[in-house]
Design a protein. Structure first.
Length: 138
């Protein structure tokens, strides 16, 4: 504490992020991240994930959260979950929708400049699961 003001620890990350403007797409805000061992204790700390009862493997691989459970569950259809599993076979990428933006990244992953074009193409494929190409702006 400094002069009665609590200090907030900050951490800087270096990572490559692909951001897509989705405007008024009607998509609910959500965060989809690869599961970690910490996610197993998160429910005990009051955090909850949105679970897909038809896809237990998806629930093991990813941690899905957001405030609009029903809308997010409706968004993650069987077809979307299956396509996501086929694209991100090792569950390495995070996808977040917030406001007018959908972002795709690999946590802590700073891409080599020579790999950025491939990353961009891959990120576009992931983004198109949620927003068709003609409505997403870069």
């Amino acid at each position: 504490m400094f002069l009665g003001i609590p200090l907030i620890a900050s951490r800087r990350y270096a990572q490559t992020v692909a951001a897509f403007s989705v405007g008024i797409s009607g998509l609910p805000d959500f965060q989809l991240t690869p599961s970690t061992s910490l996610d197993r204790i998160a429910p005990k700390l009051g955090f909850k994930a949105i679970r897909n009862e038809h896809h237990p493997e998806f629930n093991k691989r990813y941690w899905l959260r957001g405030d609009e459970d029903f809308q997010i569950s409706a968004l993650f259809t069987d077809q979307l979950v299956d396509r996501l599993a086929s694209l991100d076979r090792r569950a390495e990428y995070s996808i977040e929708k917030g406001g007018d933006w959908l972002i795709v990244y690999r946590h802590g992953g700073l891409m080599n400049p020579a790999a950025i074009a491939d990353f961009w193409n891959f990120a576009e494929q992931l983004a198109e699961l949620f927003v068709p190409r003609q409505s997403a702006r870069v």
